[in-house]
Design a protein around this ligand. Sequence first.
Ligand code: UT7
Length: 323
Amino acid sequence: MMRSAVRGIGSALPRRIMGNKEFEGLVDTSDEWIVQRTGIRQRHIAADDETTASLGEDAARKALENAGLEPGDIDLIVLATSTPNNTFPATAVEIQDRLGMHHGYAFDLQAVCSGFVYAITVADLHIRGGLARRALVIGSETFSRILDWSDRTTCVLFGDGAGAVVIEGIEGEGSSADRGIIASSLRSDGAQKDKLYVDGGPSTTGTVGHLRMQGREVFKHAVGMITDVIENVFAKADVTAGDIDWFVPHQANKRIIDASARKLGIAEEKVVVTVDLHGNTSAASVPLALAHAVADGRIKRGDLVLLEAMGGGFTWGAVLLRW
Ligand code: UT7
């Protein structure tokens, strides 16, 4: 049975780090409130010359280098983003061009904070379906560009960055002992679209718009949605929480991460947390956290890794893979 296994990983962050204290001069907030309610201590903010395409390219180059591959070895790029460089063409084709890759195909996928979990699932299907042999799956975002910097309920929460993996088809035996993606579960519910959205777009206002969120409403639904899709992948793969080596959740709020791990019965020391360093980077959050835990030596070849995300739409999903 064909499996899509991770061969390389990379990440990129804007040069500028913005600490919580800096917000105290912008809106009525405090470092203490932000840390207590979210766990965020700092985030990276893109300069004018740092875009979703440039950060995505940087992360992709590092993932290729880590994999020991060249752009010529890749035949698919899936970019998860809600903050593309342009309305069209897809920022994925801009990254394709920046990499000097003029074969294969590239497209953007938009599932807000669940984007990377959706994208790696879609790339897995393209590989197992025979359309591609190797794919770059990138999550890259510049949410700082769509924030309302006068709204304290949202501007303190988000940051910019990118993460990328190279996945490739390998032969497996069809069990959860295989390397690669073992099970995925994706969900959405458009009835919740007004809880987290951007108030602009090409076909409505003709503007880019700003992010709006009913934070408490999102919070209320988050843990239930996350644990639902995770229990679904556990059932599909016939594994339990005790089998998981690393839980790499979407990094929106430390309280949501802790509550989800507790409900699932995943030990605290197996949970990768980077929300303190990066804030919520939407589709970049899971690959950034993955890259962090690979770089510091926690995630190693053969480990069973659980990815999860939820966000605007609502969209939510989970992926179980063996590193
Ligand atoms: O990635 C997509 C998924 N997104 C999420 O997962 C976000 C989910 N939501 C959350 O993480 C949390 O709901 C927030 C961090 C956004 C807010 O935390 P909360 O504990 O739910 O706070 P709250 O919205 O109930 O607000 C509590 C108080 C309010 O004041 P009153 O009404 O009690 O007087 C807010 O106005 O905190 C106030 N507040 C702030 N105070 C200082 C809201 N934002 C701030 C702020 N600084 N930045």
